[in-house]
Design a protein around this ligand. Structure first.
Ligand SMILES: [Mn+2]
Length: 386
């Protein structure tokens, strides 16, 4: 998640980038990246060959169990799809692409949701399949099957986690830190996006890719690879992208909508926040630190919602004179979501862990309390330990 993170909106406190090396975009917030456990390589498993995957994924019997579970369900069964809180392009795109696939198979009662208010960043408001979205407090309380997307742990499902106790579940994910929850976990650690897993399962279910499904999966892929800039961008990722583009979707229009469109207020907000950027060449033992911060008052003054700050780290981390970049985003009075990025000389996951968060070597985050000066003092001190 991070640099495996995409540049689009969506925060994921609690999970980190799924892939090992994000080059950076600003998608994740504090707590962004738990690293961790993983799925043992299984001989013959689909996974190592999956786009972006660095290790093996589900065993053949797990794929078969997922297919049999779905094929054995009556077409009027209540199927509930859930993606993680504060969904990003991968979470939404993977979930809605799969939802459309289930509709194509004839399932008539498919609901897609995520915890919290049903508010989508404008970037995702036009995604195909959005008509299948149902607010979390209105979804089936007694689903017959639950499918989870891009969530490394049950905690990422918020108040919807209880649905997992009421029905069998299929879990599609790509975080190396995935806890292995669910009846049928389909996790390909290090795959470029959860949509990689979705595409494999849809193929095994015999669902042909149409333009609507492809657009969802493409948005997921392009978001989580940072527009094919991150290390997870393997030849197989481009081959998947080619299959998706072959359906006739319009990549330029999609990219403009997802990455290059924002309200005027957000442009002004970014300008103001970037104007307070500070460079400290001597920090991080001379490798350099560049930082800025955005407050709740900044958001209110420009009439913007917090997700517009997700991409703010990208122009900050471009600073050539600093290896480490840091953006503080105020979450509550006295509370900050802190994003850290490295160009490679400093392992910012170690800094984040030392400050109570997590993440990956090049992209990490943590939650901090106090003033901007106090938080930065802690960051500088932790960097000096590296
Ligand atoms: Mn993802």
């Amino acid at each position: 998640m991070t640099p495996p993170a995409g540049a689009a909106a969506g925060t994921d406190p609690g999970t980190g980038p799924a892939t090992a090396t994000p080059a950076g975009s600003g998608r994740r917030l504090a707590g962004e990246a738990p690293t961790g456990g993983g799925v043992s390589p299984v001989v013959g498993a689909a996974g190592a060959d999956a786009p972006g995957a660095s290790s093996a994924g589900p065993a053949p019997q797990q794929w078969a169990a997922a297919v049999e579970t779905l094929q054995g369900l009556p077409r009027d069964a209540r199927v509930l799809l859930i993606c993680h809180i504060n969904p990003d392009g991968d979470a939404l795109g993977s979930m809605l692409g799969f939802a459309l696939g289930l509709r194509a198979l004839g399932f008539t009662r498919v609901q897609a949701t995520f915890p919290g208010p049903m508010e989508l960043p404008e970037a995702y408001a036009a995604m195909p399949g959005r008509e299948l979205l149902v607010p979390a407090d209105e979804v089936f309380t007694d689903p017959e099957l639950v499918c989870c997307f891009d969530a490394a742990s049950v905690s990422r499902l918020g108040a919807l986690a209880d649905r997992l106790e009421r029905a069998p579940s299929i879990v599609l994910d790509h975080h190396a830190s995935n806890s292995g929850f669910g009846t049928v976990p389909l996790v390909i650690p290090g795959a470029a996006a959860t949509s990689v897993v979705v595409e494999i399962l849809l193929d095994r279910l015999g669902v042909p890719l149409d333009a609507a499904i492809a657009e969802c999966l493409y948005i997921a892929l392009v978001t989580d690879t940072g527009s094919f800039r991150f290390d997870s961008t393997t030849p197989a990722v481009h081959q998947l992208a080619a299959r998706l583009l072959a359906t006739g979707i319009a990549p330029a229009e999609i990219s403009r909508r997802i990455f290059d469109t924002r309200p005027y207020g957000a442009v002004r907000l970014h300008a103001e926040v970037l104007s307070r950027t500070r460079l400290e060449p001597a920090a991080a033992r001379g490798r350099g630190l560049v930082w800025t911060y955005a407050t709740l008052d900044d958001l209110a003054r420009h009439g913007q919602r917090p997700y517009v700050l997700e991409s703010l780290i990208d122009p900050v981390r471009a600073t050539a004179e600093a290896d480490v970049s840091c953006v503080l985003k105020q979450a509550l009075p006295g509370e900050w979501a802190v994003s850290l990025r490295s160009k490679g000389a400093v392992d910012v996951s170690r800094v984040a862990i030392a400050l109570g968060g997590g993440g990956h070597r090049l992209a990490a985050g943590f939650t901090a309390y106090g003033t901007v000066d106090e938080v930065l003092a802690r960051v500088r001190a932790a960097l000096d330990q590296e």
